[in-house]
Ligand binder design. Structure first.
Ligand SMILES: [Zn+2]
Length: 142
């Protein structure tokens, strides 16, 4: 299952502690920036990651990890937050990610999320360009 090491960008070594964070699916690569739950930022009942999508992506562009011409909101993305009242993780993402069980599985593994304590859901903020602007293909005949 977890054979690919080269395909994930994780900013901390693997620990058993669950993490919250932000992620993208970019050209079949999972890009994650995460914080261990014990260091997550509280806001309301939630514990979340402090770095925003735009900040992290911009940094990746500067290091050359992602192309400069690709905007942060262009690719399927999402985030993981922890709800302290529910004591559950919420993996909120673009439907292009939620529809890929292999990708969701890899995200759960990278972030050490307990499957029985993690809910998945869509978020209106997370719609990639393919969701927002579906290509109209004239030659499409199903
Ligand atoms: Zn999408």
């Amino acid at each position: 299952m977890l054979k690919s090491k080269e395909s994930e960008t994780v900013n901390s070594p693997t620990t058993p502690e669950p993490k919250v964070g932000i992620f993208w699916l970019f050209r079949d690569r999972i890009i994650v920036d995460s914080t261990p739950l014990s260091k997550a930022e509280p806001y309301g009942n939630a514990l979340g990651h402090t770095t925003s999508h735009i900040d992290f992506w911009t940094r990746q562009q500067h290091t050359g990890a992602v192309p400069r011409e690709v905007e942060y909101e262009e690719q399927p993305r999402g985030r993981v937050v922890y709800d302290r009242r529910e004591e559950r993780f919420h993996l909120l993402a673009d439907k292009c990610i939620l529809g890929r069980r292999d990708v969701v599985g890899r995200l759960m593994a990278v972030m050490n999320l307990p499957p029985d304590k993690t809910s998945e859901g869509r978020d209106e903020h997370y719609r990639c360009f393919e969701c927002l602007y579906p290509a109209v293909d004239e030659d499409d005949d199903f």
